[in-house]
Design a binder for this molecule. Structure first.
Ligand code: URA
Length: 212
């Protein structure tokens, strides 16, 4: 039976503080990027809590002993282009041997459906624990489509990480992919008429890359 995914809101004071700084209009591109990396590390620390460990024998300067080490770092980080790239450095600082896949989507102007324009994943994606990352979970459309694409390529063990989520996005993602755990730093109020999150932080891609 499929595992039932859960929604985890990381209310650690450091995460909350840094996300609040990211929301401020006065936060510069440089600061925003640095904060994204820091929050990704803090969230990644919590989201990797259930990675498997194994007993390994090592030599210390004093004696031989058994210690716990990661069983294998079979992790894939999958940013949704382009804003998801803001999470990659922070995650890689924690799990430097992780492989990184990329998924790029655009919304078809006529059908309004997400269309994949780029998808490059580790060849053994089916064996890996996949962390799909995108800072904003708004309608859920991109996250749902990206997870559809990587499931089609064989991934089964998937977690989704974002900074800020709208209730509508959480509901849609959970309904479409009930097996996927959702990790968020803040649950905001709602979406506006353009599907931007309120109060949110604006366009995460623009804020990371200084575009408008
Ligand atoms: N994407 C963003 O970057 N911001 C939002 O508020 C919603 C979607």
């Amino acid at each position: 039976m499929a595992r039932e995914g859960k929604v985890y809101v990381f209310d650690h004071p450091l995460i909350q503080h840094k996300v609040s700084l990211m929301r401020k209009t006065s936060t510069t591109v440089k600061e925003f990027r640095e904060l994204a990396t820091e929050v990704a590390m803090l969230m990644g620390f919590e989201a990797t809590r259930d990675l498997a460990l194994e007993d390994v024998e090592i030599e210390t300067p004093m004696c031989t002993t058994q210690v716990k080490m990661l069983k294998g770092e079979d992790i894939a980080i999958v940013p949704i282009l382009r804003a998801g790239l803001g999470f990659v450095d922070g995650m890689l600082a924690l799990v430097p041997n992780a492989k990184v896949g990329h998924v790029g989507l655009y919304r078809d102007p006529e059908t309004h459906k997400p269309v994949e324009y780029y998808c490059k994943l580790p060849v053994d994606i089916e064996k890996r624990e996949c962390f799909v990352v995108d800072p904003m979970l708004a309608t859920g459309g991109s996250a749902i489509a990206a997870i559809d694409f990587i499931k089609k390529r064989g991934a089964t063990n998937i977690k989704f990480m974002c900074l800020i989520a709208a209730p509508e996005g959480i509901e849609a993602l959970h309904t479409a992919h009930p097996d996927v755990d959702i990790y968020i730093a803040a649950k905001d109020e709602c979406l506006n008429e353009n599907a931007y999150i309120l109060p949110g932080l604006g366009d995460a891609g623009d804020r990371l890359y200084g575009t408008k």
